[in-house]
Design a protein around this ligand. Structure first.
Ligand code: F6P
Length: 319
């Protein structure tokens, strides 16, 4: 292995840059060449590829987003597109590829591995929806962002005596709503992994009001449904004014937390080591405090397990 390529794909996530930095510097320290592929698989299809050096990754560890850019590519989803992608990598002399992204990005990595390009996946998504790893890069920074927003919404909701439904990202995964809801002291947490009862939320709102609580904060995972109809129903049934805040893409930005930088650094470096050992079709994860790797097939097929204990704890503390 003489030359490695690296790309970021799917939604960006804070901490991706620390993984890029670690991969580039580990490769260079080992005497390998490393080429950056801009804008994910789309950039690969366009041959948007450049040689990286020590300075390419200087001053990026603290930056949100991804310096490589990211995009979705419909062409690369087809078998013909994947073959062309593998050919382009061959043309550029890239024998090993590091893909930082979520499960869609990993499926692309697997396809390239089947076509003879050694590939390693690094989990980068704020959703924390990959079952083979305890945490994905970007999740902890997103928790900080949402927790900060919950604190601000608490201030204004208390002043006005309002409830607020805070829509949180995560696709079909409730982790971001759960972790930030607990950290922010939300009164109600609604996630796709559990049925929720409107009457329980109403009881909580009325009970809270009786004991002098002025606000009622609800984190709603985006995978559950429409926040506006929920807010309308709650307001109609309780008489408590209920607002909606959709946090949106602000959750994807910002300087990565220390944990995300540590995860990115460890995983980026491990990815290069695995390629040096001639490994392919592996996804790096973090399980029980250690960096691990599993096959990409296992990584994309393992369903994310919802933390029932944390959910129960959050509920029991928010009464
Ligand atoms: O997967 C990350 C994520 O931010 C999800 O939480 C969200 O549903 C989605 O991406 C939004 O995608 P886009 O940036 O394409 O609108």
């Amino acid at each position: 292995m003489k030359t490695i390529g690296i790309l970021t794909s799917g939604g960006d996530a804070p901490g991706m840059n620390s993984a890029i930095r670690a991969a580039v510097r580990t490769a260079l320290n080992s005497g390998l060449r490393i080429k950056g592929i801009r804008n994910g698989y789309d950039g690969l299809m366009q041959g948007d590829i450049y040689e990286m050096n020590v300075s390419s990754v200087a001053d990026i560890i603290h930056k949100g987003g991804t310096i490589l850019g990211t995009a979705r590519s419909l062409e690369f989803e087809t078998p013909e597109g994947q073959k062309r992608g593998a050919q382009i990598l061959n043309d550029y002399g890239i024998e090993g590829l590091i893909v930082i992204g979520g499960d869609g990005s990993f499926k692309g990595a697997k396809a390239l591995s089947d076509l003879g390009i050694n590939t390693i996946g690094i989990p980068g998504t704020i959703d924390n929806d990959m079952g083979y790893t305890d945490f994905t890069i970007g999740f902890f920074t997103a928790i900080e962002t949402v927790t900060d927003a919950i604190g601000k919404l608490r201030d204004t909701s208390s002043s006005h005596g309002r409830a607020v439904v805070i829509e949180v990202m995560g696709r079909h995964c409730g982790d971001l709503a759960l972790y930030s809801g607990l950290a922010g002291g939300a009164e109600s947490i609604i996630v796709p992994e559990h049925n929720f009862s409107i009457s329980e939320i109403i009881d909580k709102m009325e009970h809270g009001r009786k004991r002098g609580k002025l606000h009622h904060l609800i984190t709603l995972a985006e995978g559950v449904g429409d926040p506006y109809s929920l807010a309308k129903e709650l307001e109609e049934k309780t008489g408590i004014e209920t607002k909606v805040t959709i946090l949106g893409h602000v959750q994807r930005g910002g300087s990565p937390s220390a944990v995300d930088r540590l995860l990115g650094s460890s995983m980026g470096s491990r990815a290069v080591r695995l390629l040096e050992e001639g490994k392919t079709n592996l996804a790096i994860g973090y399980v029980d405090g250690s960096i691990i790797e599993v096959s990409i097939d296992e990584a994309v097929s393992k369903r994310s397990e919802f933390d029932e204990k944390l959910y129960e704890l959050a509920n029991s503390l928010s009464r």
